[in-house]
Every structure is written in C-alpha cells, then in structure tokens.
Write a protein that binds this ligand. Structure first.
Ligand code: S3P
Length: 439
C-alpha cells in the first residue's frame, strides 16, 4: 500500500491534460464492440475500471488491439458476442457490472459477473429489477453480485427509475436495443447521456424528451468512428480535471489551464457550483471538428486562485456532479460561510460511503464539517492542519484528501493511495508538474 506525503504548496502553474473520460472510455469499447466493423479509439483511459471492461469484452470474444496511440476494436456486430469460458471479473467497476448486466441479459447464452469485495457490497437490484420486468433471467446474491444471467429475448417496457442513475439507464438502453418493442425510461432528473449520444451516432434510435428517453430495437450498429478510418477521440475527464482545478482555486497565486476537457452539460455541475461560489473559471471552446466527430462538447478550462463563498447545493445539479462531492467538500472548507449539500444520498453507495468518509477524514484535518442523511454541511473558512488521513480504498477520496494536504499548515499523509489508478493514472506526477509538493 502506497502512502502519499504532502507538504504545503505555493502556487500551482502550468498547462496540463487529464486522462480520458472514464464513462466515455467504458462505453467506447462496450458499445464499439457491437458495431459492424472496426472502431478506432484514441485517449482511452487505461485506469483499472476501464481495463476491467476491456478484459470482460475480450472474454466475450471481442478482439481489441492496443497500439501505441489507439485502441482498435474489431466490432462483432450486435449478435456476435460469444459465451465466456469463465465468469467475467468487473474488479471494482460498478459501470462495467451494471452496463454488462443490461447487455448480457439479451445475449442468448449464460454468463456470470463477479468483482472485488468492494463491488460485491454495491447495490445491483436497481438494474436487475427493471431488467426482470423486460423478461431478463437474472439471479443475484440478495441484490448483490455475483450476478448470474441466462440470456433470453426481452420485451420493451415503460419504466420510471426511482433513482437518477446513468448506469441503470444505460443498462436498460443496451437491453432495449434487443427488445421486441420500444423501451421508455422516465428519470427523476437528467443523468449523463453519453450512452444515448454514442448509440445515436452509431445509427440507433434514442429519443430524449427532458428526462424521458425512448429507445427503439435495432438490428445493426455502425462502427463508432463516424467516417471510414476516422478516430473516436475520448475527451479528458471533467471528473478528473476537478482535482487540479480545485487545487488551483485553493492554493494562493495559482493559475492553471486544463486542455481538452469534456464539458457535456450533464457533467458540468461542479463548474456551475464553483462559479456560483465565486471561482474564476473560464472555458475556451476547442476544435469543433473533434466535438462534432464524437458528439460530445470539448473545451479548455482555465482556473485561478479565487476567494469562495458558501452556497446551498441541491436538486438536479447534484446528479450533474455526483462524483465531485469529495473535492467539493474540500473547496467548501475554504469558502466563507455555510455550504450545505442535500439530495446526494447516492454518495452513500459509491465505492465507499462518501458522505461518512469525507466527513471523517476532513475532520481529522480540522474542518468544520458534519454529515447529513443526504449530504453534508460545512462552515468555512477553516485553516487545515497536519494529520494522517485514509483513502477508504476510494480513488476520489484519495485525490480529494491529497488536494486538502496542499493547503494545510504542515505535512499530511494520505494512506493507501494506490486506488487513484482506478480513474486517474499519473495523477501524482501531473500534480508535481504543477508544483504540488507530493512525495
Ligand atoms: C457513471 C455514472 C455515475 C457515476 C459513475 C460513472 C457512468 O453513477 O457516479 O462514476 O459511467 O454511467 P450512477 O449512474 O450510478 O449515479
């Protein structure tokens, strides 16, 4: 287990690129595999979550070649997946497990999905229940993995999702591709729409009307690259950009630019909230060709050290920044006044209970933060102090605490930061390049 030592840092500066978007990387290979022909993907995130998806797809008979710059996916078409020889290991990746549950429910063979202990604790009934309504034959361990699936023909349904989850929606959309009729999904609020964008680009028919999505059965998908020979370029992950971005906001004298960041509006809640808190963030639109080629908006994000004020965060914006609450909590410790987060109970079933974990660890650093059933409340600004904190085996917790360590009065040690590689390989050296005192 690796521990990260952090010392107070003065002024972060420079231009950086963050690794490819995790959600889009998963989908690029999983959906690309269903295309008729070769898809070429650049900027795929080589984090362990996405590598879990890659390895599962190979076990399902999809040939994926890793060249220096691209992934080459030899699409097997919608009906070309093969029965795996053994159970598919999703490691710690909820996205891999939930999306594959949807897809495999409709393949006419048996399969089993398993994962690490952390993933076995996460709720799966949210996908297996609606898939069951479509006729899927799935067995779980009381709503948890391992998930045994006997693929079978599915029916279209109309379903109101009780929780706003892109993973659940995507599982149903993938199953809906194979159903006998259209499937309509009502979401309690908008969730990230990468699956819809990608499927539509590949020739499926997915209609969105506010928070309602309708997908029609489909016989054939084209490859992911829009024109013959073109490359699908995964944009940088805004959820990864969030860490250097907040670091620059908090460390005196900082100014950084993050190039090539995906700014899909279903993902930019943190930018909206921080701007409302007083953050100086500016966006410069990038190459429209790339944006239109991948059907996702991309931008350059510049941020400088700013004075923040506390605000209330609740409602639809919560889902648009669901992975950013650990780092938002760190920013809130330095904001003047009260920051209060509501409607974020989903944080309790992420890689760890992120409400309990961030409150416990930031308190060790001297933050004035308390947990709420559906969020947390922070009073600021509070000077943070030297301490030893723990990642709770959660990549985003590890990175959020490593940012807090930059503005403390003395050394902070974050235990067990190995997990950062789940979403942000190269994080430590990238932050060092900006001037962060990490050893
Ligand atoms: C993801 C959706 C979100 C997010 C996760 C990735 C996706 O989860 O927290 O990191 O790729 O669809 P939920 O949809 O379960 O909220």
């Amino acid at each position: 287990m690796i521990d990260l030592h952090i010392n107070p840092s003065f002024s972060l500066n420079g231009n950086i690129q963050v690794p490819g978007d995790k959600s889009i990387s998963h989908r690029s290979i999983l959906i690309g595999a269903l295309g008729d022909g070769i898809s070429m993907v650049a900027g795929f995130l080589p984090g362990s979550d996405c590598l879990a998806t890659l390895s599962c797809l190979r076990s399902l008979g999809v040939e994926i070649v890793e060249s220096e710059e691209n992934l080459i996916i030899r699409g097997v078409g919608m009906y070309g997946l093969k029965r795996p020889n053994s159970s598919l290991n999703c490691v710690r990746s909820g996205t891999t497990m939930r999306l594959l549950t949807g897809l495999l429910s409709a393949q006419l063979f048996e399969s089993t999905l398993e994962g690490d202990e952390q993933l076995l604790r996460r709720p799966m009934r949210r996908v297996t229940e609606p898939l069951g309504l479509m006729g899927a034959l799935i067995h779980t361990n009381d709503g948890h993995a391992p998930i045994d699936i006997i693929g079978t023909p599915l029916h279209g349904i109309e379903y109101a999702m009780p929780i706003a989850s892109a993973q659940v929606k995507s599982a149903l959309l993938l199953a809906g591709l194979y159903a006998d009729d259209s499937t309509t999904i009502h979401q309690p609020g908008p969730t990230r729409d990468h699956t819809e964008r990608m499927l539509n680009m590949m020739g499926a028919s997915v209609l969105t009307d506010g928070s309602t999505i309708q997908i029609y059965p489909c016989e054939k998908l084209s490859p992911l690259s829009s024109d013959e020979g073109s490359i699908y370029r995964v944009p940088g992950d805004i959820s990864s950009a969030a860490f250097p971005l907040v670091a620059a906001l908090l460390v005196t004298g900082s100014r950084i630019t993050i190039e090539n960041v995906g700014i899909n509006p279903t993902r930019t809640g943190l930018l909206d909230v921080l701007t409302q808190m007083g953050a100086k963030i500016s966006l410069t639109s990038l190459n429209d060709d790339i944006s239109s080629q991948i059907g996702e908006p991309v931008s350059m994000v510049t941020v400088e050290n700013s004075e923040l004020k506390g605000i209330e965060i609740k409602g639809d914006v919560v889902v648009r920044m669901i992975d950013e609450f650990p780092i938002l909590a760190v920013a809130a410790t330095q904001a003047h006044g009260t920051t209060i987060v509501h409607d974020a109970e989903e944080l309790r079933v992420k890689e760890t209970d992120r409400i309990a974990a961030i409150v416990l660890e930031l308190k060790k650093l001297g933050a004035n933060i308390e947990a709420l059933p559906d969020g947390f409340i922070v009073e600021g600004p509070t000077p943070l102090r030297s301490s030893v904190v723990d990642s709770h085996n959660d990549h985003r917790l590890a990175m959020a605490l490593s940012v807090a360590g930059l503005i403390t009065s003395g050394e902070v040690i974050v235990n067990n930061v190995d997990w950062i590689g789940d979403s942000f390989p190269g994080y430590i050296s990238l932050m060092q390049k900006l001037g962060a005192q990490y050893t």
